[in-house]
Design a protein around this ligand. Structure first.
Ligand SMILES: Nc1ncnc2c1ncn2[C@@H]1O[C@H](COP(=O)(O)OP(=O)(O)O)[C@@H](O)[C@H]1O
Ligand SMILES: [Mg+2]
Length: 618
């Protein structure tokens, strides 16, 4: 009942208001019609024609009426003359300007010549049709203007803060800024603002939302531009699409195509060993479950052993692992004599030493699978080669990924720290594509690389599924800071953490219009009132992020650019390479050693065989 009353009142009130506007539009139509008729008639006729038409208009109806009345009276026998019009005289202007006195019947006969009537009829018909169109146009235009005015009144106005716009508008805004030279890189055909790639890009979205599609789009552009890149590729997708055999480098102990690598080829200074140890054996800030003592002790053991081996001319991974993974403590003690790690393997602290070794084992056991033949590849040297356009693919193998992560982190950290030591160069670009960042362990230099890498041309493109994953690896504050440093944000469908993610698009102060409708028994009580209100609102709501389709996302650039919603194009890249060429039986350095009948000569290549005389077992 209540609904019926409310619906009915509001409906009829709306109808009344619409009718009112409708009649106003009809008035506009009528006025435009009349004005048009008059103007067309005026401009399409000569002054004598207008005079004749005026006389015809003035006398014609009277003449017809008097003719009809006269005939009637005559018929009744009341008057004898045939027509009143014959007896009504007027001064009529002739074409030459002279005046003659004629009866109305004569005037009408004179004017209503076939030519004149035909011309007038044609003109009036044309005038009518054109004026009808003019009237309709006038009322339509007025209606359109009124509805635009209404729309502008009710439209939300962004007073401050960011706003949402169409991709085309953002495209134009970016193209106009910075001397009309945006970055050569783009996402879904929207160019990035000039140099904004060095302010890093974050792509977030759940599985299947399009992170890899977006990364591939950027990678193809980086390849076209001839820049270097380091690609972390957990699934091998990017190796399949972008690897160029003979030119690019794969680092993955489980891939036959991988380059050989050892840690000494990366270390020039004593502290380099400590840096590699810290990335391979990280302490995650804000994660209290980790006891820093064991981690620090393991690092110390790692770097001291590496340093000492280098000093003794035995810098190779086999020997390194043999000491740390398989030898008894006596040998290690002897090796580390007079180093900072000596106390960690002291005779009276054997239990501690074994615990430290056990901690270290977790982080270095993967090194036994490293390729150890030929010239080792040096990430540090590669970073320094300015004229290179090769890429490094740091790939993985799903079933061994966990043991591989310390090594991958070490490689990434070496790359970042090496790049940070380069001289500044505004034109250099070294891209770091890290899809599924949280599948890597904590990268100590990531934050530093993002914050300080701009001058060096470091560009990070990070892919994550949600923020909480990142917080687990990096701690709350670090994760926030990493995301904060990625100034370009592409947020695809985000299910978890949608609230926190949508907050990154900032708020805006908007002004919108509230409409309230009142009604009463009498129509005079009915009314609509409009009032304007200001309030803060989220530019992108969490639910909007959750409901995005595959490949749809919100794009935010650094600076005062509005946010836009884009749809990525799926590009089917040809699979040029195998994603992974498994290394024959996963060659294990320590197995090799075990199988050697004369192990000493192989292990202590160049060293004194008395260093290690007992056979070793794993
Ligand atoms: N062959 C295909 N043709 C068209 N679209 C595809 C094809 N393969 C995948 N896609 C689209 O790409 C999306 C996967 O994108 P992807 O970048 O791999 O997601 P993720 O965010 O997990 O990296 C799918 O959800 C689908 O919409
Ligand atoms: Mg993916």
């Amino acid at each position: 009942m209540n609904n019926l009353t409310q619906g009915g009142q509001v409906f009829f009130q709306n109808m009344r208001m619409f009718a009112d506007i409708f009649w106003k539009l009809m008035t506009v139509f009528f006025m435009a019609f009349c004005l048009s008729m008059a103007l067309i008639f005026y401009f399409k006729t000569g002054s004598y024609e207008r005079y004749e038409a005026f006389v015809l208009l003035a006398t014609g109806p009277f003449s017809a009426l008097s003719h009809w009345v006269g005939s009637f009276l005559n018929h009744m026998g009341l008057v004898s003359h045939s027509d009143l019009a014959d007896q009504t005289f007027m001064n009529f202007k002739m074409p030459d300007g002279s005046q003659v006195r004629l009866s109305q019947s004569e005037v009408i006969d004179r004017i209503t010549q076939p030519d004149f009537i035909e011309n007038m009829a044609w003109l009036l018909k044309l005038d009518f049709v054109i004026s009808l169109l003019v009237g309709i146009m006038a009322s339509l235009v007025t209606g359109k203007l009124l509805s635009q005015f209404g729309f502008a009144m009710t439209e939300k106005k962004v007073l401050r803060g960011t706003r949402l716009c169409e991709p085309q508008e953002l495209r134009n805004l970016v193209k106009k800024k910075d001397d009309k030279s945006p970055s050569p890189f783009s996402l879904s055909k929207v160019p990035l603002p000039k140099n904004s790639e060095t302010q890093h890009i974050w792509i977030n979205g759940t599985t299947g939302s399009g992170k890899t599609v977006a990364m591939s789009e950027l990678m193809a552009q980086v390849r076209t531009q001839g820049h270097r890149a380091i690609v972390y590729d957990i699934m091998g997708t990017f190796v399949g699409r972008f690897y160029r055999p003979g030119k690019d480098i794969i680092l993955n102990p489980f891939d036959e195509r991988s380059a050989a690598w050892n840690l000494w080829s990366e270390c020039q200074r004593s502290e380099d060993y400590d840096n590699i140890a810290s990335s391979q054996i990280p302490i995650v800030p804000g994660v209290s479950s980790q006891d820093p003592f064991w981690v620090k002790a393991a690092r110390s053991l790692y770097s001291a052993t590496a340093r000492r081996l280098e000093k003794r001319g035995k810098a190779d991974t086999e020997t390194f692992l043999r000491y740390l993974l398989t030898s008894d403590l006596e040998k290690l003690r002897e090796l580390l004599k007079d180093t900072e790690a000596e106390s960690l393997v002291a005779k009276d602290l054997e239990k501690t030493a074994l615990s430290v070794k056990a901690t270290l084992t977790d982080y270095i056991k993967v090194m036994r699978f490293l390729k150890n033949d030929g010239d080792p590849f040096s990430i540090r040297d590669w970073v320094k080669k300015e004229d290179e356009d090769s890429w490094i693919f740091i790939s993985s193998r799903a079933d061994c990924h966990e043991i591989l992560t310390p090594l991958i982190s070490a490689w990434y950290d070496i790359a970042i720290t090496s790049a940070l030591s380069l001289s500044s160069n505004p034109d250099r670009r070294i891209f770091n594509f890290i899809d599924e960042l949280p599948t890597l362990q904590y990268l100590p230099s990531l934050h530093k690389g993002m914050a300080q890498g701009r001058q060096k041309g470091l560009c990070f493109v990070l892919g994550t599924q949600d923020l909480s994953q990142l917080k687990v690896n990096y701690g709350h504050d670090n994760a926030k800071s990493i995301i904060g440093n990625a100034n370009t944000k592409l947020i695809l469908r985000t299910i978890d953490d949608a609230e926190a993610t949508s907050a990154m698009f900032n708020q805006s102060e908007v002004q919108d219009q509230n409409q309230s409708v009142s009604y009463g028994i009498k129509d005079s009580r009915d009314g609509v009132s409009l009032n304007k209100q200001r309030h803060l609102q989220q530019v992108v709501l969490p639910s909007e992020l959750q409901l995005l389709d595959d490949l749809e996302g919100y794009l935010k650039f650094p600076g005062n650019f509005p946010v836009t919603k884009i749809k990525l194009d799926y590009v089917s890249y040809p699979e040029l390479n195998e994603r992974l060429v498994p290394r024959v039986s996963d060659v294990d350095l320590l197995d090799d050693i075990e199988n050697e009948s004369d192990s000493d000569s192989k292990i202590w290549n160049g060293g004194s065989s008395s260093d290690f005389s007992e056979p070793i077992t794993l």
